[in-house]
Design a protein around this ligand. Sequence first.
Ligand code: ADP
Ligand code: ZN
Length: 618
Amino acid sequence: MTSAPPIPVSDAVDALNRVFGYPSFRGQQSEIVEHVVAGGDALVLMPTGGGKSLCYQIPALVRPGTGVVISPLIALMQDQVDALRTLGVRANFLNSSQDLDERRLVEAEFVAGELDLLYVAPEGLGTAGVQRLLDRGKISLFAIDEAHCVSQWGHDFRPDYLNLSMLHERWPDVPRIALTATATPATRDEIAARLQLTEARHFTASFDRPNIQYRIVPKNSPAKQLLELLRTEHAGHSGIVYCLSRASVEKHAEFLSQNGIPALPYHAGLDARTRAANQSRFLREDGLVMVATIAFGMGIDKPDVRFVAHLDLPKSVEGYYQETGRAGRDGLPSTAWLAYGLQDVVQQRKMIESSDGDVGFRRNAARHLDAMLALCESVTCRRGQLLAYFGQAENPEKCGNCDVCLVPPESWDGTVPAQKLLSTVVRLQKERGQKFGAGQSIDILLGKRTEKVSQFRHDELTVFGIGADLREAEWRGVVRQLLAGGFLAVEGEYGTLALTERSGEVLRGERKLLMRREAPSARHSSSRSPGGSRQPAAAPADFPESAAPLFERLRTWRGSVAKEQGVPAYVIFHDATLRAIAALAPVSLDQLGTVAGVGQGKLAKFGDQVLEVVAAEQ
Ligand code: ADP
Ligand code: ZN
């Protein structure tokens, strides 16, 4: 290959200003862009909302040829392409949803060099047809989005990703950039190895998402707790509610709808058309709540998701962080809320134990769960814990924007109650040869003469009634924390309690157990402190109250344009951009063009209309 003269960095900044309307790169974007523009390979780890897309879109714009983006998300390609075209970027996609004529058209565009960006599905790339096509045009770079899909231990594994190492073999001169928001050191190494990116430069951004408030609350009546959260803090907002099972998704979507909150279900049991329709409505309409299993969410780049709520415990911190990261991509204040209780621990431990996976799989799953439980039971800053988990040592001691920092939990010495509970398990097993679940052990400790207690004559045990000094909720907390710490185990189909190797440490008094105090029920849910000490990075500080009516009019205008064009509202302009316009109230195109998020393409398309809306308000 003859070497072309190097592309000046100013081209990249120029594209950023002109096309996207942003004044400057954020964080590591400029380094990454510079590296890829110069032809280098890169592995980029950045949290959701960090700004990964620009890292390959800008190099694709300034390098000669078409940037080929491998994305696992066929259903979202149309939206991604629409968003780019609205900016004036020449983009298209190839996937199995198209008929032959449509494909031919896109192929012709690519061969003729008329595309800046071409999105393809990983399974497509594996076919000889697509590979031959790519040989006929000029490729500026390969971007491998959602690169963690190559990880076999991960939660989003896609077998087709394993073949992507062939990109390097077949097109050794084309730079590759792999991007993901999943970021433990182990996953990163796995991605690098499987995609043959060991020589690539690694870029790891800070994983902090300062605008997201992390909260983990004790679960008592989850549906009601959720409703209260939405009513008091997120009325009219878009958000995602994650549930473990399809049945639970259906139930909670129904529950929210009945209570006047517009909600849609999403899970793998719905037919493809309903799923696509619900997803599309969530993206396009303002203020919808998506109740979903984790089948939903990857690649959803809706910027104004204001909350992500989990009604069940996620299986890993990686999954939790990725799911909660879907909130607040626009940098505005958002909430990540998780309700967590004893039943979650029992259920997840049981699921692991009864899974078909081999020993390695189960050990891996248990390790992931343990990390998640440690986060839930933590009495120190959640954000600090999360960042430490992702290997970021410089985490702040107190972030000021998580439940622990806002309302520090009280801890108490739970050693003696823990011993009583473990003794009960020992007595049942040793004296009676019996195993029971948490409920029965707690009833025994509380001295409750239930039918089941009488039936098994458990009131004759020496431990009967020795725990009447604690409330039932507190006992459930003790069991939960013992399970979380590995001092107690659950077994079999019924989730019966059993001792572990570590139970002895507690029984012999070698170990003091500090426990989180259980909040007296319900009251806990609204812990958002208005005077939270940390201002989220992009809080709309310079948005005067008086600009609110204009903002609303601009939103209405945006809604009608989006509908007319059949694209999500945020594709026209983000909330943050509309706010800035409302605050500025520009009177000329030049002035409007200075607003972040208004590039040349959008200025030409929408500028006059926006000025009209502004003028009508004056
Ligand atoms: P990711 O893919 O990492 O989740 P995106 O690429 O979707 O993140 O970017 C998140 C949001 O930040 C988008 O709304 C995007 O327009 C915005 N953004 C990204 N880079 C910049 C920048 N340099 N200046 C202003 N906004 C940016
Ligand atoms: Zn904190």
